[in-house]
Design a protein around this ligand. Structure first.
Ligand SMILES: Nc1nc2c(ncn2[C@@H]2O[C@H](COP(=O)(O)OP(=O)(O)OP(=O)(O)O)[C@@H](O)[C@H]2O)c(=O)[nH]1
Ligand SMILES: [Mg+2]
Length: 301
């Protein structure tokens, strides 16, 4: 048994189907925006660590891409691998579903969790959408027979509902261990990655149908120039026809997206930013192993 004064530290993998609210949850638990969020499924494309540092513990949350069944493209396979790969080293797994109901896509995720040794906590997110809360009871009850979950807990990642209770449940299952990262660190991701993600968030949120999935962001240069940071970002599109859609009439759409991204990047860096964007056609990059490696994906040979 751990004694109360022992320091606890460990890895908590956050998995679930696309759009369940994993990144929102990680951001809320860390207390800082680590991972981008949109209302589009498949927003997160990489494994991203968010670290909650407390006097008695360090909890390393691992945000992951939403697990999905029809992974036709190389990038979709890389995303699924990033998610399942995070399960291997996890001390605790948070399986995130939505309070509005169990879906086939959740069943697919559950299929990946069957053989794990780590305890799996079922996090029933978006509980704010079910009113009155008692309407969640049949779902919570049905879940008990689906798997031997270590805990089942309704939360609202968006409205900070029950999150401290979830932290307690996680902490109770972490091993006594030294911290893995310095105690002033909140993510493993560097400046350039985070800049690219902010821009990708604004792009994905403003575009429709297949366009959000056809784009990627490459941060080509970041240079401090006196009080200003100059950023050069390339927006990759998979098809030439997507370029004018992103630009909009007279370039107005991209201008507005760039402005929104710049404001958030300025807040992130604490500096004035000059953000220059270029749209570049990189045909079918989602199936191009070299392009994917350039974007930081682990691609099988
Ligand atoms: N009402 C409500 N909406 C939520 C909650 N948590 C997340 N959302 C919304 O759900 C959508 C998806 O949230 P994300 O955090 O991006 O979901 P995700 O699971 O990380 O999605 P992928 O990265 O695409 O797999 C966003 O529009 C969020 O604002 C919640 O507790 N309540
Ligand atoms: Mg996400």
């Amino acid at each position: 048994m751990n004694t109360p004064e022992q320091f606890r530290s460990g890895f908590v993998a956050v998995v679930g189907r696309p759009n369940a609210g994993k990144s929102t949850l990680v951001n809320a638990l860390v207390g800082e925006k680590i991972s981008i969020v949109t209302d589009r499924p498949q927003t997160t494309r990489h494994r991203i660590i968010g670290i909650r540092n407390r006097p008695d513990s360090q909890v390393v949350f691992v945000d992951t891409p939403g697990l999905h069944a029809h992974a036709g493209k190389l990038i979709n396979r890389a995303m699924n691998r990033a998610a399942t790969g995070s399960l291997v080293d996890a001390d605790v797994v948070l399986f995130v579903i939505e309070a509005t109901g169990w879906r086939k896509a959740d069943q697919h995720v559950l299929g990946k969790l069957g053989s794990l040794r780590a305890p799996v906590i079922l996090v029933v997110n978006k509980s704010d959408l079910v009113r009155p809360p008692a309407r969640m009871l049949p779902l919570l009850e049905a879940m008990q027979s689906r798997h031997a979950f270590a805990e089942i807990i309704p939360v609202s990642a968006l409205q900070d509902g029950n999150l401290e209770r979830l932290m307690e449940l996680v902490l109770a299952r972490l091993p006594a261990a030294e911290r893995f990262y310095p105690d002033d660190m909140t993510t493993d991701r560097g400046r350039d990655f985070r800049i690219g993600e902010v821009l990708r968030e604004k792009l994905m949120a403003s575009l429709e149908r297949e366009v959000p999935y056809g784009l990627a962001v490459e941060v080509a240069a970041v240079e401090d120039d006196g009080g200003l940071t100059r950023i050069d970002a390339l927006i990759w599109v998979a098809k030439a026809s997507q370029r004018p859609i992103i630009l909009g009439r007279g370039g107005e759409r991209l201008k507005a997206i760039g402005r929104a991204a710049r404001l958030e990047i300025e807040a992130l860096l604490g500096r004035k930013v000059f953000l220059q964007t270029h749209v570049k056609v990189r045909r079918n990059w989602g199936d191009d192993a070299r392009a994917l490696r350039q974007l930081g994906h682990e691609v099988g040979s």
